[in-house]
Design a protein around this ligand. Sequence first.
Ligand SMILES: Cc1cc2nc3c(=O)[nH]c(=O)nc-3n(C[C@H](O)[C@H](O)[C@H](O)COP(=O)(O)O)c2cc1C
Length: 289
Amino acid sequence: MQPKIGNLGLKNRFLLAPMLEPNDIAFRLLCKKAGCGLTYTGMISPLSKRKLDLDDRPALQLFGNSARGIRSFMKKYDSKVSLWDFNLGCPSKLSKKIGHGAFMHENLIEIERILRVMRESTVKPVTIKIRKSKIALKIARMAERIGVDAIGIHARTISQGYSGEVDYDFALEVKGAVAIPVIFSGNVDETNVERILRDFDFVFVGRAAIGDPAIFSRLLKGRESVECKRLSDFGEYLKLAKKYGLFFRQIKYQAMNFTKGMRQAKRIRKRLVGVENIEEIEKIGEIFA
Ligand SMILES: Cc1cc2nc3c(=O)[nH]c(=O)nc-3n(C[C@H](O)[C@H](O)[C@H](O)COP(=O)(O)O)c2cc1C
């Protein structure tokens, strides 16, 4: 049976987790090319005036509490995305200051207001991504009642941030609390994905994909040499990054990501630290060798 989120059929159950810094358009397109079932953008403010590249037809993740902003943003971009997601998981200091992301868990009424606006603004699927909290189960059930189509759960608390144990049993509780699909997030990689997919409908591949979009093809086929693929991927990344006019500092950041597990990584990355433009990156031929 084809996996589905709401009315959206997907070719598999491996989704790219929303990640702010790594998930630029070039990276998302490479993940898609490697077989990823659906790419998520990192969190985007509906008040942002930034140019958006959505050629991969991603799931677009919104955050914040501006219902008006969300409504008009969704109207503007609805035809360009596959689905809409709302961030209820960000643990950053900024989110704390303005009561967004995971800190919204303290405000069920506010969450309900935003999710209703999102539901009214599109016929496309709507998903939410939550963290472990005292009211996470309540949020999941409420979201289902409102018509949200899937729940993403990163079963770590705010104070855990991105490290420490993922509470698998808590994620199972979320799964048990709703009838809509649940997307599991937290340390998903090639070693544990089989088991997770027995318990959950979809997985979010997060850090394991950074600098290594080919992980999706390995998850799908279970073969291919990691290192080789990584090297050629950066060449493709660079081509796409240039095509979309990505900033140099973003390209440099991704060059660091893509070279992480390489042989000679230390030496190559030492050279990368000092580069000041794209041409200098291209001169480090080993990146593409
Ligand atoms: C660099 C980075 C940026 C992230 N940005 C977001 C984000 O914008 N929205 C979100 O919901 N989660 C974000 N996350 C959390 C991931 O989606 C994921 O839930 C978390 O990293 C756990 O999964 P992993 O262990 O597979 O990385 C981010 C994580 C990382 C590492």
